[in-house]
Design a binder for this molecule. Structure first.
Ligand code: DAH
Length: 368
């Protein structure tokens, strides 16, 4: 074996057995540093005659290349091993029980949405969602609110700049209500339909009872021969289950919404208990009264048509109600703004345990 081959074999063996970065660096200096053995060999090239240099040059350069490659490869190997060791050392066991506070809780809005899903699932409703960044066709036009319809102006809409118009040239906006999910669902699923659509909505409005973002739940039933009686029974069944009282009374008042015809405003009877108005009792008795709770009606023929269905075949009813409002009425909060402050003390007080899933068998009203 030649002297060079011997050197190569020794060097590669030493590199392979170096077991940390310092050892690799020491070997690098030993072979390739200014005083290194391979550097010394390279220097001998200058003193050789041309023929010798032609045969020895490639061998010496080859040796240097092989040693350089081996050093780099070994260093990379050690780096990976060090990282793996660190990862193994710093592993976090997510299955360990949390030792102490802080503990999380379920926000009343989430709780109420879960309760709604549970109650309506029992009546055969599914839960639908739609985009919060909506276009004005779904939010207004298809709901029978033409460009010049006064209700459009009443919604205090957050619009996006016209440069953000979608491919159909429609203006983009933050949806002002959950009603556009009616349109999307009819377009996507056709009929029949039985759904609720809870979610965030946005209006440029802010005081103790209005926040720029709030929550609504939309209800939509499309089928054959649907009439107002179905609507009233559904709402009554829902409100009795939600407020956990059998003596919930409803009063349907004629109203106007562009997307329903006829439209009704639904009032619920309340009575005073310990100085608080709670839902239940008899709205007309002395000391009792009515409060307006939600909007609803028979889906306007034009809306069914906009959504691509035949209004002579399919009819339906729809309703929309504020989820925050439902939570306030049921759980006794009086300032809507506190819902969105993220104050830990408020959440500790009004939040719900994540173990307390609403079920119909135990009553949907989980207690914090
Ligand atoms: N979208 C209405 C609003 O935000 C609420 C509403 C009223 C929804 C009547 C409906 C309905 O589905 O039929 O004020």
């Amino acid at each position: 074996m030649s002297e060079l081959d011997q050197m190569r074999e020794t060097a590669l063996a030493a590199i392979a057995s170096a077991n940390n970065a310092d050892a690799v660096e020491k070997l690098r200096v030993e072979y390739l540093g200014k005083q290194g053995s391979i550097s010394a060999l390279l220097k001998t090239l200058g003193k050789m005659n041309p023929e010798e240099r032609q045969t020895e040059g490639p061998k010496i350069h080859g040796l240097r290349q092989a040693v350089t490659d081996a050093l780099l490869a070994r260093k990379a190997e050690l780096d990976v091993a060090a990282l793996n060791a660190q990862l193994a050392r710093e592993v976090v066991d997510l299955s360990l029980p949390a030792s102490s506070a802080p503990k999380g809780s379920v926000h009343p809005v989430s709780q109420v949405m879960d309760e709604l899903a549970e109650i309506f699932a029992d009546m055969g409703f599914s839960v639908a969602t739609g985009p919060e960044i909506e276009d004005d066709w779904h939010n207004f036009t298809a709901l029978n609110m033409a460009e010049t319809h006064p209700a459009r102006a009443m919604h205090d809409t957050f619009y996006f700049p016209e440069s953000d118009n979608n491919a159909d040239g429609n203006r983009m906006l933050l949806r002002t209500h959950t009603s556009p999910v009616q349109i999307r669902s009819m377009v996507e699923q056709g009929a029949p339909i039985r759904l609720i659509a809870p979610g965030r909505v946005y209006r440029s409005d802010s005081d103790a009872t209005h926040t720029p973002m709030f929550h609504q739940v939309e209800g939509l039933v499309i089928d054959r021969d649907i009439h107002l009686g179905h609507l009233k029974w559904t709402l009554e069944t829902f409100l009795k289950a939600f407020f956990e009282r059998e003596d919930i009374v409803l009063r349907l008042r004629p109203s106007y919404f562009p997307f329903t015809e006829p439209s009704v405003e639904v009032d619920v009877g309340w009575e005073e208990v310990n100085g608080r108005r709670v839902l239940g009792g008899d709205g007309d008795a002395p000391g009792h009264g009515w409060m307006e709770l939600l909007g609803s009606g028979v889906v306007n023929r034009k809306v069914i048509q906009f959504a691509g269905l035949d209004p002579d075949e399919w009819q339906g009813f729809a309703f929309g109600v504020g989820v925050d409002r439902l939570a306030m009425l049921k759980y006794g909060m009086d300032d809507l703004r506190a819902f969105f402050d993220g104050d830990q003390r408020w959440l500790d007080h009004y939040g719900f345990s994540h173990l307390d899933q609403p079920t119909l068998s135990t009553g949907v009203g989980a207690k914090a």
